[in-house]
Design a protein around this ligand. Structure first.
Ligand SMILES: Cc1cc2nc3c(=O)[nH]c(=O)nc-3n(C[C@H](O)[C@H](O)[C@H](O)COP(=O)(O)O)c2cc1C
Length: 169
């Protein structure tokens, strides 16, 4: 079997077929918050409960996460597409102004937390590691809430889709 190196364009064409849970990763104190839409988020281990998040070093929230030492992962629910668009940077809305989208509070860790999510995790940075254009953050979970009655929002083939969590009989 041979393998052929693929281009960035080829890679994107492949990865757009892999559905991703849409999250907002956020950090900072009110007035100085920043956040981004992120799908590069996954569980790493349950002992101790830890996730990993991959953030481009050029994203404003990258340095806010490091300076804060804590961050939140807010897994969006169906109907929160507008928040995902705002935090993706596409409308040109930056920094603190992004937090006018959605209802935000402050978690027990001090990180910004969003209402209406399917799951919100608060994390302490347990470590981070550079990887090409990105930094992989290891986040030890210090608080979390989940709403199983809400359906998640996923990103697939360039579109935000609602994933029904239960199928009618
Ligand atoms: C569906 C979707 C998923 C994304 N996932 C990530 C991600 O996992 N990591 C990342 O660094 N950027 C990701 N981005 C891009 C960032 O959201 C975007 O670059 C960032 O909001 C720009 O912020 P800035 O204007 O503060 O630099 C994603 C964008 C979209 C639309």
């Amino acid at each position: 079997m041979t393998s052929v190196p693929i281009s960035t364009t080829d890679f994107r064409a492949l990865m757009r077929n892999v559905p991703g849970q849409v999250t907002i990763v956020a950090a900072g104190s009110p007035g100085q918050r920043s956040g981004l839409t992120a799908t590069a988020v996954c569980a790493l281990t349950d002992a101790p409960p830890t996730v990993l998040v991959c953030v481009n070093r050029r994203v404003v929230a990258h340095d806010t996460i490091i300076e804060s030492g804590v961050f939140s992962i807010n897994a969006l629910a169906a109907g929160q597409d507008d928040i995902a668009v705002t935090f993706s940077g596409l409308p040109g809305i930056k920094g603190e102004d992004r937090f006018k989208s959605g209802t935000w509070g402050v978690g027990t860790s001090g990180a910004p937390i969003l209402s209406g999510t399917v799951c919100t995790l608060e994390c302490r940075i347990a470590g981070y590691h550079p990887a090409a254009t990105h930094t992989i953050f290891f986040g030890e979970i210090i608080a979390g809430t989940a709403h199983e009655e809400r359906d998640p929002l996923v990103y697939l083939r360039g579109s935000y889709l609602e994933l029904p969590s239960s199928t009618p009989a």
